[in-house]
Write a new protein. Structure first.
Lengths: 844, 124
């Protein structure tokens, strides 16, 4: 065990400390900055790219409004219009809203939580490249005239191979799935960062509400996105290989797609709203000049919103033929979600009421949010009523409602946040005149467009029609909406101009121009790449109010980790609840592996898109190898004792900690993976119970020996993983290594056994949905066994290279978790595919 | 040099966060079970559903969840009133209050989603 190698350098001047930390934390210059992983760089990339996509989506909206302005218009033909409205929705939801909140979180969270970076800087960088490449695929398809054209929710059977034979739907399924990888990466990143990577003393009670909002958003992403990823994977397999998951004629059901889509789609609304509300809850106390009223109530309402939002998905399917009583369950749940949302609104109003509010430019945008979102919420309660929903279903009323919710819930808070944090980013203050003009144009244009659109919808105008007859009487209202749309577009253009102008010409400011009390305003300007020269111990929810000397003390290195050493990128990890310092995380520096891995993933997607499946297989393997290469040098090649963290703390390094970020990340990643699998099993049971053409004409017919053998092999591998960890702790290195080889062998046997079960016991998967789902379940387990085998070999290599010891055993614990999960998935899969036919009496 | 434990902050296990959400987990369970039992019964056993016995079954599911939530809420109230520990009193107080609020909301939410089972016929 080595002790720390650098002596204490407490005599460092602030300037010297800054120079040393800058050298350690800087991103490479020029084209090599593509390897940057710093959260400020990656977060800003997300924000700028999402803004670019927003502008493209906005142009598409203007094209639609130009087309609908008059009846019988031939400005766009129906096919182009179909592509444009599909891409407008897809861009705004998947390439603007979600990536923008990812960018916001990546950029702001460490600064608000008093840390130097996120838990997994390379994962963020990987997520960015996935987002960019996925977005480019979608936009390139639009430019080539082969963009998706089946609506942003891609309902089957319209999006199936029979009615959409081109690559349009494939572009959506693959492009959006690519972008969703980025969202899952961000979800894991946010959850681990908020739980573990805060400054000392920042208990959950002292954490800014911004952190709570992003914690809940992160968990919603982790549980909310996998259903759509599964749906996209199944539909792409159906289109590519003819496995009939959604084809009624062969035992599938289009409603399964709707369930999977909306199990994602409704939480998605709140995944977008909660970060917007995070901005509101950060800004209102600043401009009300008092602490947030009802902190605990707001925390409870954030958590409640997250939970209840998962219980509403069926309200998008009120017209799909579900029993009335079931509709009432979801109608009630839909109204229930207004309760926690209202609690937040009342807390904001009470804070303003009890404070001494000042109307600065960001507050003007917040007032726009308060009005618009409440209006959208009220129409939301209206469409939660089943009879009313039936009347306005698929009309422009719903389009108006969703725009009130999304523009009100996300866009206005984002604009407010942009003006609020602009001084932090640019070192200059925003001007007042252009910003106010932009606000009023956006606000007036938005209401002119969508308030009127409620009436268009009530008069019966359906969504997604490219033109209408003059006799319908919708023309005046559509013309007003179109004028409003263009006014709004001018407002957004003015906003962009204002931000660009004042970023260069605005007045410079001294620290903290708004008098805020959160930690990001304690940072020097321009913000250094390491954020804080030392990490403070905080004693209050509003640290800058309770400890006004904090900025100077932090710069002087008076707090934790104020002494740079060993070129390490150090940041504190704390106990998740109490905020007690737990260990020091050594973060990774700039790396090309995120970009390379994302590029390989992109090649996999493109190969699949162009139906080069053998090539796609090769790229999938290369991507996995690249990901392993990426993690190869994580951790330390030798043991360390606890090191001096400053301020009287002596802490271990993260490789020796019982719950390092990698462990948390893997655990939360498993939640996402488990949700994916649970949804697959849900699909199996759903089809069995609901779809026509079931029970299937043939049932799985294999010797009971096969499943028992497959289960035994998984059990052996999992037991081996436990045993390897135990041998490692006891210092029995040879035994550990031999067990790792045995685990890999078990994994390989499982890879052979699981696909053999449906291949030998059933006809081709193209014949019936039952056979297709059985193949999918066995394929999922086999894939996990294969990855488990490869990870075992990889861990063995890392053991040999010295990255694993009795003290540093994270690799082995992750391997154990993987195999435990694979065992559970395998057993539940085997019980489902063998047990359900017995249970339902289909076989005796 | 002192170790971190001398700074007085005791660890609170992260699993407490799951406990805070128990009321909402029970609410979710009630919603899913009601929906699944109704949908499956209407398809697989229409005669059972048509006889009114399905409403009784759904009512029982609802009642069990309500009873569980009532118990959770009472327990939460007792914990909220109990004296706070010497270390991390602010965090502990927050966790107790948030848990109580969420148990209460879960209870109200379960009443809202479940009351139709005693008022409307199933499978119509």
């Amino acid at each position: 065990v080595a002790n720390e190698i650098n002596p204490s350098r407490s005599g460092l001047s602030a300037l010297k400390r800054h120079t040393l930390l800058t050298k350690i934390w800087s991103s490479p210059p020029g084209w090599r900055s593509l390897a940057a992983v710093n959260h400020s760089v990656v977060g800003m990339r997300f924000i700028i790219t999402a803004l670019a996509f927003f502008l493209i989506g906005g142009v598409l909206a203007m094209l639609m409004r130009a087309q609908l302005a008059t009846s019988g218009n031939s400005f766009l033909d129906h096919e182009t219009y179909n592509q444009i409205f599909t891409m407008h929705g897809t861009i705004m939801m998947f390439l603007f809203a979600v990536p923008m909140i990812e960018g916001l979180g990546l950029y702001m969270l460490p600064k608000l939580l008093g840390s130097r970076d996120l838990a997994f800087p390379r994962v963020s960088a990987f997520g960015y490249w996935c987002f960019l490449f996925g977005g480019v695929i979608l936009i390139a398809a639009l430019a080539c005239g082969v963009a998706p054209n089946g609506g942003w929710f891609m309902y089957t059977p319209l999006s199936g191979a029979r009615y959409s034979p081109g690559i349009n739907s494939d572009v959506w399924l693959l492009g959006v799935t690519f972008v969703e990888i980025s969202a899952i990466a961000a979800g894991i990143e946010f959850a681990v960062t908020v739980l573990k990577v805060r400054t000392a003393g920042m208990s959950l009670r002292r954490m800014p509400l911004f952190g709570w909002y992003f914690l809940v958003t992160a968990m919603m992403i982790v549980f909310g996105f996998p259903p759509l990823i599964l749906g996209s994977v199944l539909l792409e397999i159906e289109r590519a290989f003819g496995w009939p998951f959604f084809d009624t004629a062969r035992g599938g059901d289009p409603l399964l797609w709707q369930h999977l889509f909306w199990l994602f789609g409704h939480p998605e609304v709140y995944i977008i709203f909660l970060p917007g509300a995070a901005i509101v809850s950060t800004l209102i106390p600043t401009f009300a000049r008092r602490a947030m009223v009802g902190y605990n109530w707001v925390v409870a309402s954030i958590i409640a919103t997250g939970f209840i939002s998962f219980g509403l998905w069926v309200h998008h399917m009120f017209a799909a033929g579900i029993p009335y009583l079931a509709l009432l369950f979801f109608s009630a749940a839909s109204m229930l979600v207004a309760v926690p949302t209202s609690i937040q609104f009342f807390a904001w109003i009470a804070t303003l009421w009890l404070g001494r509010p000042v109307l600065r430019l960001p507050m003007l945008y917040l007032s726009g949010f308060l009005f618009t979102f409440v209006a959208g919420g009220l129409t939301g309660v209206m469409v939660a009523l089943v009879p009313f929903d039936w009347q306005v279903h698929d009309t422009h009323f719903v389009v108006a409602h969703l725009h009130y919710v999304l523009i009100g819930g996300l866009v206005f808070p984002l604009l407010a946040g942009a003006y609020y944090w602009m001084p932090l980013l640019t070192g200059r203050l925003p001007g007042a005149i252009l910003g106010k003009w932009a606000f009023w144009l956006i606000f007036a244009g938005m209401n002119l467009t969508f308030l009127v659109m409620h009436l268009t919808g009530l008069l019966g105008m359906p969504r997604r029609v490219y033109t209408y007859a003059e006799a319908a009487g919708w023309e005046p209202l559509n013309l007003i909406s179109s004028i409003g749309g263009f006014i709004m577009a001018i407002g957004f253009a003015l906003f962009v101009l204002d931000i660009v102008l004042y970023s260069h010409l605005g007045n410079r400011f001294r620290r903290n121009p708004w008098g805020a009390t959160t930690l990001e305003w304690a940072l020097p300007n321009p913000i250094p790449p390491y954020n804080l020269a030392s990490q403070p111990v905080v004693y209050d929810e509003r640290p800058l109010k309770a400890q006004p000397g904090l900025p100077v003390e932090m710069a002087a290195g008076c707090h934790l980790l104020g002494v740079p050493r060993n070129n390490w990128r150090e940041t504190l990890a704390v106990d998740a609840v109490s905020g007690k310092p737990s260990y020091i995380i050594l973060l990774s520096g700039p790396s090309w592996t995120p970009l390379i891995t994302a590029a390989f993933t992109g090649l996999f997607m493109l190969s699949f898109l162009f139906k080069l499946y053998w090539l796609a297989g090769i790229w999938a393997l290369v991507t996995f190898i690249s990901a392993l290469r990426w993690t190869w040098d994580s951790g330390l090649p030798r043991d360390w004792s606890g090191v001096d963290a400053g301020a009287g703390f002596k802490l271990p390094l993260h490789p020796a900690a019982p719950d390092p970020p990698g462990w948390w990340g893997m655990l939360i990643g498993m939640f996402a993976n488990g949700t994916f699998y649970l949804m697959l099993l849900f699909g199996y049971f759903y089809l069995w119970a609901v779809a026509p053409g079931w029970p299937p004409p043939v049932l799985l017919d294999v010797s009971p020996l096969w499943p028992w053998l497959a289960a035994l092999v998984l059990l052996l591998a999992t037991g081996g993983a436990y045993y390897a960890l135990r041998s490692n702790a006891a210092g029995e290195i040879k035994k550990r290594n031999r067990v790792l080889i045995l685990i890999a062998a078990c994994g390989i046997i499982a890879v052979i056994l699981f696909p053999l079960i449906p291949i030998t016991g059933l006809p081709a998967p193209q014949t019936h949905a039952y056979i297709a789902v059985t193949h999918a379940v066995c394929g999922y387990i086999a894939l996990h066994a294969l990855l488990g085998a490869l990870i075992s070999i990889y861990v063995l290599l890392r053991c040999v290279a010295g990255y694993v010891s009795a003290q540093r055993n994270l690799d082995l614990r992750i391997l154990r978790l993987w195999w435990l999960y694979t065992l559970l998935a395998g057993l539940s899969g085997l019980v489902s595919i063998h047990g359900l036919p017995l249970l339902t009496g289909a076989v005796t | 040099m002192t170790t971190d434990t001398q700074h007085g902050a005791e660890r609170i296990p992260p699993v407490r966060l799951l406990g805070v959400c128990l009321g909402l987990i029970v609410w979710s369970s009630c919603l899913l079970l009601l929906y699944a039992a109704l949908s499956l019964s209407c398809i697989l056993a229409p005669s059972f559903a048509g006889s009114g016995r399905l409403n009784l079954l759904l009512g029982l599911v609802w009642f069990i969840h309500l009873a569980l939530l009532l118990w959770l809420s009472r327990r939460g109230l007792r914990q909220w009133r109990a004296p706070l520990p010497g270390v991390q009193p602010g965090t502990e107080k927050m966790l107790r209050q948030v848990a109580l609020l969420l148990h209460g909301l879960g209870f109200i939410g379960t009443i809202c989603i479940g009351f139709p089972v005693v008022m409307f016929p199933a499978c119509v």
